[in-house]
Design a protein around this ligand. Structure first.
Ligand code: PPS
Length: 407
């Protein structure tokens, strides 16, 4: 794979060299941030990105504000991560990677990883983790922009369950209990979740209120500190994107970072094959909602915050920009994809997403006859998380990422 990537690296295009007023303003703002650490990019004023790589390199800065994307599970986060990987790679960011990788990435401390030679702090953290704001702030610069993504809690839980049935102990127990009972594991679990769920078991973090768990909240039961914890998260996060308004979210992300629509254009990644998705009737939905009540609170709260941000941006402007983003995505799709929703067995290793025992994850086939430069661009658009992670890790550290020890 490294050989393929070294070829791809050669094919990466250069910046056009045109500067917009926004970019020049951002460069000045960023320079100010560097000499005066107290200068924090204002949330509502929205920082601008510097897209002038050679100037930024001269002053030893990465050209976008440092960023943490808290990668929540089964929310569409691999799609957003891919956008940030491409952005960070293009601009030579120093990534904060977990030191090991496995199916349940959130268990691994990224903080123990040494910084690569020549860098003093990370610029971009966009892996799964169980958020601890204080710890994250230790390894990220003061002016770091925090973003994350939430999805409808019912869809999230259904997806987490389907994807991790054989990995999360509480789910696996329900799966085993269904033997010869003619019932789905999900329905077995939802009938009496407490029978299968041991809150003290380390691997059960995502078994209840998975988004609250990722966000570092108490995901087991509501307590008096919840409102304050939520307020703290609202204060810390510059943007909480909403999967049900994915394109609107990306337009706001683009505005926050000063990106063009083409920079946030995407291919939907890490999707399960249609036959792996369970349609939930009203009764099942209600059970999922009850079991994940804290995620519902979390989601409803941030949907409201999202629309406040959207209103500040301007709803009409948002509509126009969403249409532009969709046009850009459509163009890229036509240029890059010869076949979508391709089953894993028909994909080459490089483009095959990681599979679990219970979920089939589909991928893309890249168009043939592309120039080397376009091939590099298109493959990056559809590169599954683990492959892109390994590539960037190797580029940054000059060695492969360690595999997680087997249990
Ligand atoms: N653009 C967009 N809009 C809406 N939904 C999207 C999008 N991109 C990915 N997805 C869906 O998100 C699910 C995968 O989420 P993640 O990438 O976060 O999964 S993972 O935790 O990294 O395994 C997975 O959901 P399910 O297919 O329901 O499992 C994807 O289909």
């Amino acid at each position: 794979m490294q050989k393929l990537f070294s070829e791809l690296r050669c094919s990466l295009g250069n910046h056009t060299g045109k500067f917009t007023t926004k970019q020049v303003i951002w460069t000045l703002k960023y320079a100010l941030t560097a000499i005066w650490p107290g200068f924090v990019l204002n949330k509502t004023n929205m920082p601008y990105i510097c897209c002038i790589p050679y100037i930024c390199r001269q002053v030893h800065l990465t050209p976008h504000p440092p960023m943490v994307f808290l990668k929540t599970h089964r929310t569409g986060s691999s799609t957003v991560q891919n956008i940030l990987f491409r952005l960070g790679e293009r601009e030579g960011a120093t990534f904060a990677f977990p030191s090991q990788y496995s199916g349940l990435h959130y268990l691994f401390p990224f903080i123990s990883e040494a910084l690569p030679e020549g860098s003093s702090q990370f610029n971009l953290l966009c892996s799964h983790m169980h958020l601890d704001l204080r710890e994250v702030r230790k390894v990220m610069p003061q002016n770091t922009v925090f973003i994350t993504l939430l999805r409808d809690p019912i869809k999230t839980f259904e997806s987490v369950f389907g994807y991790y049935t054989s990995i999360i102990p509480a789910f696996f127990r329900a799966h085993r209990a269904t033997a010869n009972k003619g019932k789905s594991a999900l329905s077995m679990f939802l009938d009496s979740p407490e029978t299968f769920w041991d809150p003290k078991e380390p691997g059960n973090g995502l078994a209840k209120n998975p988004m609250s768990f990722d966000m570092g909240l108490n995901n087991q039961k509501w307590n008096g500190s919840w409102p304050e914890d939520l307020a703290q998260l609202e204060e810390a996060f510059h943007l909480v994107m909403i999967a049900e308004h994915f394109d609107e979210s990306l337009v706001l992300l683009g505005a926050l970072l000063g990106l063009e629509h083409a920079d946030v254009a995407y291919l939907r990644l890490n999707a399960r094959a249609g036959n792996c998705v369970t349609e939930l009737d009203e009764n099942m939905q209600e059970k999922v909602r009850l079991w994940n009540m804290l995620d519902t609170l979390l989601y409803d709260f941030f949907v409201q915050v999202f629309w406040e941000k959207a209103a500040q941006f301007g709803l009409e402007r948002l509509k126009v920009e969403v249409a532009q983003l969709r046009a850009s995505t459509e163009k890229i799709q036509q240029k890059c994809v010869s076949r979508a929703e391709v089953p894993p067995g028909e994909l080459e290793d490089l483009l095959r997403p990681w599979q679990t025992e219970t979920a089939t994850i589909v991928g893309y086939e890249v168009r043939g006859n592309l120039s080397l430069q376009d091939q590099g661009f298109c493959i990056r658009m559809m590169l599954p998380e683990l492959q892109y992670h390994s590539h960037l890790y190797f580029k940054q550290y000059g060695r492969d990422m360690r595999a997680a020890p087997a249990d």
